[in-house]
Design a protein around this ligand. Structure first.
Ligand SMILES: NC(=O)C1=CN([C@@H]2O[C@H](COP(=O)(O)OP(=O)(O)OC[C@H]3O[C@@H](n4cnc5c(N)ncnc54)[C@H](OP(=O)(O)O)[C@@H]3O)[C@@H](O)[C@H]2O)[C@@H](O)CC1
Ligand SMILES: Nc1ncnc2c1ncn2[C@@H]1O[C@H](COP(=O)(O)OP(=O)(O)O)[C@@H](O)[C@H]1O
Ligand SMILES: [K+]
Length: 466
């Protein structure tokens, strides 16, 4: 797990004041982090490396980089379309001007670029791009070359929002620490591989307290069985309430069984065709240790649903129930909610936090997850999306491993099945949401054929050998 910050200017200030590091030292390290990445990516000394720099310190990082790369590569090309404005950019440029680094006034005639380094705008982007900047980014995006962004792809602002266009990087080296702007669903399209550039001070000294965390692969704790003297009851009993769209519940039940629940029962009104190892019952069995409900529910009997919600058993709630105010009576520590953005908008309206559409939500996912968690700190929320956000007790965990191959009907039902399985096996609500989400996305990431053909059954198969 890594820490994520709302902004890093206070962290930089600490570097100057407490650790007596100057802006120049930090910048030299920022440029060094870029250099190290470039040396890994570009082996040929004759490669053409285009460094595009803006007027501020993001641009200054790029100018500094050109100096550091000069020793290794013959064809460094600096492009400063708007000149320089910040003091550091001026200082770095005066240094570079004493060297013979090529500078160009337009990229129109430039051919055969092997690498583009984007240092146009960083954390200082504070207004929409003008037409000239848009055109430059559009041109850079059309160049067929490797692409690295310094700090953040130019065009993404501090909220992770894009005004019009942004540089599309294969790799982003963000300076010092992870920032929340890098994790909006919108930004995911542009960031590429994300790495943190070291600013010459250990992470522990640089970073401070935060409530936001970035999940890593190593955080995944699979339900590996430790008991030797065990029986099926040792690993819990998951019950999935099957609705009128039966497929959803069947997928969730199968996922729950494959993720280790000792017993899985599908609660049905009439017998349905299901894998033989899933039991069927008209009621919630007495020894049930976790319940999944909401997926494919369709039309339902409110009294029956309330009776199930009244049971003091951990539950994962999905889909249709986010539109019903019945849910308001149960937002406590026994619940994991797994809405997709549209369902979360419905829930936000029900609980009186906001009346917004999906577009507004997607621009402000962290904000609304925070607001939900402030109001219902005990409830675990998992907001689906390109980057999944999980919150509980005012802490937010970000899972970035998901891929576009999950954009399919049934992916969410599998996730509910994985969560109920872990709940049944004794994981806490928060740990069930985190670990099920990690398993779900890592399986999708590992799928080896292409990014369009993954099915819910492939996810279940993947769970077997994650
Ligand atoms: N702090 C540190 O210790 C370290 C910082 N580091 C680096 O510094 C970067 C931040 O630098 P920064 O603050 O100078 O901001 P930056 O992103 O270069 O842009 C600001 C300039 O752009 C302008 N501008 C803004 N929007 C615009 C628009 N739409 N269209 C046109 N212009 C626009 C804006 O204009 P103004 O507001 O002045 O009108 C201003 O002149 C950070 O990302 C990291 O790379 C590292 O070296 C590590 C140490
Ligand atoms: N582009 C994407 N990148 C990462 N994860 C995605 C993407 N699209 C969908 N997902 C994931 O797939 C799942 C879809 O769930 P949902 O929309 O509820 O589907 P369904 O209800 O049909 O099962 C969620 O876990 C979501 O985070
Ligand atoms: K940038």
């Amino acid at each position: 797990m890594k820490k994520v910050f709302n902004e890093v200017s206070s962290l930089d200030k600490k570097c100057y004041e407490k650790y007596l590091l100057s802006e120049e030292i930090l910048m030299e390290h920022a440029a060094l982090s870029l250099k190290n990445e470039i040396e890994k990516k570009v082996k040929n000394h004759n490669s053409n490396i285009l460094i595009v720099c803006g007027v501020g310190n993001n641009g200054a990082d790029g100018i500094t980089l050109s100096r550091l790369l000069q020793n290794r590569y013959k064809n460094i090309i600096l492009y400063l379309p708007f000149g320089v404005k910040s003091n550091m950019a001026k200082i770095q440029l005066s240094r570079v001007n004493t060297l013979k680094i090529k500078q160009i006034d337009t990229i129109e005639d430039i051919k055969d670029i092997d690498l583009v380094v984007d240092c146009l705008f960083g954390s200082g982007l504070n207004k929409p791009l003008n037409n000239e900047a848009k055109k430059i980014i559009e041109n850079l995006n059309s160049i067929n070359a490797k692409k690295i962004s310094c700090d953040i792809p130019s065009g993404i602002n501090s909220e992770g929002y894009i005004y019009d266009i942004a540089f599309k990087a294969d790799t982003t080296i963000t300076m010092g620490a992870l920032k929340i702007s890098l994790f909006s669903d919108i930004a995911k399209e542009y960031i590429g591989k994300l790495k943190v550039g070291n600013l010459g001070i250990s992470d522990e000294l640089y970073e401070e307290k935060t409530n936001i965390y970035f999940l890593e692969k190593s955080d995944l704790q699979l339900p590996l069985r430790k008991e030797i003297n065990s029986h099926k009851g040792t690993f819990g009993h998951a019950c999935v309430v099957i609705g009128s769209k039966k497929g959803a519940g069947i997928l969730a039940s199968d996922a729950a069984f494959n993720f280790g629940a000792g017993l899985v029962t599908a609660m049905v009104h009439e017998e349905i065709q299901m894998p033989y190892y899933i039991m069927q019952s008209h009621n919630i069995p007495e020894n049930t240790t976790a319940i999944a409900m909401g997926m494919g529910l369709g039309l339902y009997d409110k009294i029956e649903i309330r009776k199930i919600l009244d049971l003091k058993i951990k539950k994962v709630i999905d889909a249709d129930l986010f539109y019903d105010e019945i849910i308001l009576d149960y937002l406590d520590e026994n619940l994991v909610l797994t809405p997709h953005p549209k369902e979360f908008c419905a829930l936000l309206k029900l609980i009186g936090i906001a009346n917004i559409d999906v577009n507004d939500l997607q621009k402000n996912r962290i904000k609304y997850v925070k607001e939900f968690s402030n109001k219902y700190p005990k409830t675990t929320l998992l907001l689906k999306g390109a980057n999944v956000l999980i919150s509980q007790n005012q802490k937010i965990y970000i899972n970035t491993f998901g891929t576009t191959s999950l954009s399919k009907g049934g992916s969410g039902d599998i996730l509910s099945g994985l969560i109920v399985s872990l709940l049944a096996q004794g994981y806490s609500c928060k740990d069930s949401a985190i670990n099920a989400s990690l398993a779900h996305t890592l399986v999708a990431k590992k799928y080896r054929y292409n990014n369009y053909s993954l099915t819910p059954n492939d996810l279940i198969k993947g769970i077997k050998n994650i």
